[in-house]
Design a binder for this molecule. Structure first.
Ligand SMILES: Nc1ncnc2c1ncn2[C@@H]1O[C@H](COP(=O)(O)OP(=O)(O)OP(=O)(O)O)[C@@H](O)[C@H]1O
Length: 303
C-alpha cells in the first residue's frame, strides 16, 4: 500500500503562537451538572466553572485523569450537553444563539478527531466514502478533494476502495484526520487521538498533526490523560481535576515547575520507559517522541 506522506519526521519545533493571535475558542465559567442516580442522588458537577481560551494556531493541551470532566467539556463544546452555567464562544460566535444553517456552518469550522480509530470509522464504508461524506452532506463533493485530503495525511489513491478493517490503527487515525479536515475547519478538538496507538506510531501521528497545523493554521484543543503526550506539542497546558481547571500555563513551565499538587501527582505517575522492551509500556504511556523509532525515518506503511 502506498504511503505518500511526509518523508523523514521533521524536527518538532513548532512555531510559537503570536501573543496577539485572535482567540478562536473562549469558554467562560462553564458548568455542566448532571442529576445524580442511585441511592445518593447527589448532583454530579462534571464541569464546574471552567474558563479557557484558544488562539489561532495554538495548541492547548487539556489533561486530567479519567472522570475529571474532559469528555463532558468537549461534548458541551459540540452542543451535546447543555451548559448549566457560563458561556462558549466559537470563532466569535455563540453557538447557543444560533440555529439551522448558521449553526451548521459554525459547527463545520470546529471538528473532532476521536480517540479510537477502530470504532469511529464506519466499517461498511470505503475510505473514499468516509472522507467524502462530510463534503457530500454540504453539497461540496469533489473526488480530487478526497484524493488531496488523503495525500495530506500521507495516504495514496490506492486506499480509496479499502475499508477500515484493512488498515492499521495509525492509518485509520490518518483517515479520521482526513475526514475531520474535509470541510476546512479552523479548530480541531483532538480527543486522546493517539492513546489507542502503538507507541512508535503515536509519534508519527503527532508529527502529522504538527505539520497539518503549520500548513493550515489550525488551532488544537488536545485532550489527554497523560501530561507527557501533550508536553511537546502544546503551547499551553490546562490541568483538569474534578470538573475544574487547577492549573494553566506554558507547557514547559507546567511540566518542569508545576504549581498545583495534583499536577505534580500526574507528573509523578508518568513512568520511565523500559528501553529493553521495544514498544512495551511500564505503566502509562511514555512520550512517543522519546521512543527510539520515532526520531527519524519515513512514515512506515504500518503507521
Ligand atoms: N450523562 C451523565 N450522567 C451522569 N453523570 C455523568 C454523565 N456523563 C459524565 N458523568 C460523570 O461526570 C464526571 C466526568 O465524566 P467525564 O466522562 O466527562 O470525564 P473524563 O475526564 O472525560 O473521563 P474519561 O477520560 O474516562 O472519558 C464523571 O463523574 C462521570 O461519571
Amino acid at each position: 500500500m502506498s504511503d505518500t506522506s511526509t518523508g523523514p519526521i521533521e524536527h518538532l519545533t513548532r512555531t510559537p503562537v503570536a501573543a496577539d493571535a485572535p482567540v478562536v475558542l473562549a469558554v467562560d465559567d462553564l458548568a455542566v451538572t448532571f442529576r445524580g442516580s442511585g441511592r445518593r442522588r447527589e448532583p454530579v458537577r462534571a464541569v464546574d466553572g471552567v474558563s479557557l481560551s484558544l488562539r489561532r494556531g495554538e495548541t492547548l493541551g487539556l489533561v486530567g485523569e479519567s472522570g475529571s470532566g474532559k469528555s463532558t467539556l468537549v461534548r458541551t463544546l459540540f452542543g451535546l450537553n447543555a451548559p448549566t452555567r457560563g458561556s462558549i464562544r466559537i470563532l466569535d460566535q455563540d453557538p447557543n444563539a444560533l440555529s439551522g444553517r448558521d449553526l451548521r456552518r459554525l459547527r463545520n469550522r470546529m471538528q473532532m478527531v476521536f480517540q479510537d480509530p477502530y470504532s469511529s470509522l464506519n466499517p461498511r464504508l470505503t475510505t473514499h466514502d468516509i472522507v467524502a461524506e462530510p463534503l457530500r452532506l454540504m453539497g461540496r463533493y469533489d473526488r480530487d478533494r478526497v484524493v488531496q485530503l488523503l495525500a495530506d495525511v500521507g495516504l495514496g489513491e490506492d486506499v480509496l476502495g479499502r475499508r477500515p478493517a484493512q488498515f492499521s490503527g495509525g492509518q485509520r487515525q490518518r483517515i479520521g484526520i482526513a475526514r475531520a479536515l474535509a470541510l476546512n475547519p479552523e479548530i480541531l478538538v483532538l480527543d486522546e487521538p493517539v492513546s489507542a496507538l502503538d507507541v512508535s506510531v503515536q509519534a508519527q501521528v503527532i508529527n502529522l498533526l504538527i505539520r497539518l497545523q503549520e500548513q493550515h493554521g489550525l488551532s488544537y484543543l488536545f485532550i489527554a490523560h497523560d501530561l507527557s503526550v501533550v508536553r511537546h506539542l502544546s503551547d499551553r497546558i490546562a490541568v483538569m481535576r474534578a470538573g475544574q481547571i487547577v492549573e494553566t500555563g506554558p507547557a514547559e513551565r507546567v511540566f518542569h515547575q508545576p504549581e498545583d499538587a495534583y499536577t505534580r501527582e500526574l507528573l509523578a505517575a508518568i513512568p520511565i520507559p523500559d528501553p529493553h522492551r521495544r514498544g512495551a509500556l511500564t505503566g502509562a504511556i511514555p512520550h512517543p517522541l522519546q521512543h527510539p523509532g520515532a526520531a527519524a525515518g519515513p512514515v512506515s506503511a504500518a503507521a
